[in-house]
Design a protein around this ligand. Structure first.
Ligand code: SAM
Length: 324
């Protein structure tokens, strides 16, 4: 069973995400002879083995139904046992894109925490990339390592138990991207610089809830020669999509005039609102709430540039070559 691959049918020993409703999902390891109970009743695993992922199944005692979903990093983030604060999908997708992660990338992440982001990184860089993940809390490190193994990510993720602010990453000339989600990222930035592939540009991101932490990280990024330092905040806004009736400009003017005349004649305001009927063409619009919730942290990005001297292009050689 693997997060990096895809299966059609559920087998004995597979991890399945039970979708009970929008706010209620749970991870279940399928085991022949076992059963699971939730608010919709009893689900015997023997009845689930052989079912297609995505199927809707009714409980043995006919109390209701659930959907059997294939595990994905997105679903795992919704069901992961929280051992720490975790990264959620808006930040995950933003960081993944801005750090240019792709199949084959070598990525460094610290700390591993609950492994929410690690699952998404692993899927993005598979099959040939590598995630170097660091965690200084021994129990968290053990649990995460075991989870990565059982999810089929053992070859993609190398988890190391260490305090990176004290001991560094022990990596040199290895990674394309660095993500730091720990209380004092500025203490690890110098070590992160060594971990970058030294002859390519690379990207770094620090994730911090307070602006004071951002300010210290920016100072450290600057001191270590990173460029393009930019801070973003990922805010969530709900879009309510609904139909409204389309009104031609001249009709709108006419309605406004009529309203004005009626108000002048002393009619009550409620009598003068013209209801548009069903014959009027409709269009879809999206309204957003003014209030935007969902801030988790500030995302500070910067670019690592290879040392200028080592990469200096020998322009004289190029000119000579083109003349010849
Ligand atoms: N990004 C993770 C996720 O999505 O699940 C959550 C990371 S959690 C907020 C921060 C983790 O960093 C904690 O588990 C903590 O133990 C670890 N940490 C803090 N300082 C560290 C250090 N100096 N070296 C290694 N790990 C550290």
């Amino acid at each position: 069973m693997s997060f990096s691959g895809w299966k059609k049918y559920i087998g004995d020993g597979d991890l399945v995400i039970f979708y009970i409703n929008r706010d209620n999902l749970s991870p279940v390891w399928i085991k022949s002879g076992k059963s699971s109970t939730n608010r919709f009743g009893l689900f015997e695993h023997d009845n689930l083995i052989g079912k297609e992922f995505g199927s809707r199944v009714i409980s043995s005692n006919y109390k209701g139904f659930i959907y059997l979903l294939h595990p994905t990093p997105e679903l795992w983030t919704l069901v992961v046992p929280h051992r720490t604060q975790i990264l959620y999908l808006p930040d995950i997708s933003f960081i993944t894109t801005y750090l240019d992660m792709k199949p084959g990338s070598h990525v460094l992440e610290c700390g591993t925490g609950s492994g929410s982001f690690s699952h998404s990184i692993a899927r993005t860089i598979a099959p040939t990339g590598k995630l170097f993940s660091f965690e200084y809390h021994s129990q968290r490190a053990e649990l995460a390592a075991e989870e990565f193994r059982s999810h089929g990510l053992g070859d993609l993720i190398e988890l190391k138990h260490r305090d990176v602010c004290r001991d560094g990453f022990g990596l040199k000339d290895t990674v394309n991207a660095v993500f730091l989600d720990l209380p004092a990222p500025w203490e690890a930035i110098g070590y992160a610089k060594e971990a970058f592939k030294q002859h390519q540009t690379g990207k770094i991101c620090t994730f911090s809830p307070c602006i004071e932490q951002v300010s210290r990280s920016v100072a450290s990024l600057n001191d270590h020669g990173f460029v393009d330092i930019t801070m973003y905040e990922c805010l969530i806004r709900n879009h309510d999509v609904s139909f409204i009736q389309k009104v031609a400009f001249k009709d709108a003017i006419q309605q406004a005039k009529e309203k004005k005349e009626n108000v002048t004649l002393g009619k009550r305001k409620s009598d003068v609102i013209l209801d548009l009927d069903d014959t009027v063409e409709k269009m879809l619009v999206s309204k957003t709430n003014v209030e935007a919730r969902g801030h988790t942290s500030y995302l500070t990005f910067a670019t690592f540039l290879p040392a200028f001297e080592e990469n200096k292009i020998d322009t004289s050689a190029n000119i000579t070559a083109s003349l010849v």
